[in-house]
Design a protein around this ligand. Structure first.
Ligand SMILES: [Zn+2]
Ligand SMILES: [Zn+2]
Length: 147
């Protein structure tokens, strides 16, 4: 079910449409995502060359590491996008709740569970993936960092 979805930030100065890879979301528990979003980062995947912006006057990119950039609205502070800076086919990861309608989107898995703090738990039984396992999946050498 690949259809274009619309979404945006809290104030409306970022509005986008994107085709989702799958109607599922992942939850990242890494320390940087938690600091950036004030909680686990729940994201859906699309392609960077597929996303289009109806409004982008609020959109600002922050280079959070040598690997990654994070896109947010400078007006209202909504944390929306994440992408790998060095990939030609750029992956855009939109915050699931930036979508206008996320009601049919289901949980795929948890990532960076080795950075998950003890103060919260999720009750689902979806897969839990560590940073090391994810680096292998992304093809990033040991010691690299995708956050
Ligand atoms: Zn905004
Ligand atoms: Zn993260």
């Amino acid at each position: 079910m690949r259809e274009r979805r619309s979404g945006g930030c809290l104030c409306g100065k970022v509005r986008y449409t994107v085709t989702l890879e799958e109607p599922t979301y992942s939850i990242c528990h890494c320390a940087m995502c938690r600091k950036w979003t004030a909680g686990p980062y729940m994201s859906v995947h699309g392609k960077g060359d597929d996303v289009s912006f109806d409004v982008d006057e609020g959109l600002t990119w922050y280079r959070s590491s040598k690997w990654a950039e994070r896109g947010f609205c400078k007006e209202c502070g909504s944390s929306i996008f994440y992408r790998l800076a060095n990939q030609p086919e750029m992956l855009i990861v939109a915050s699931v709740d930036s979508l206008d309608d996320a009601s049919d989107i289901t949980l795929h898995r948890h990532i960076y569970v080795d950075e998950m703090p003890d103060r919260y738990v999720f009750a689902d039984d979806r897969p839990r993936v560590t940073e090391a396992e994810l680096m292998v999946e992304f093809g990033i050498e040991p010691g690299g960092d995708a956050t």
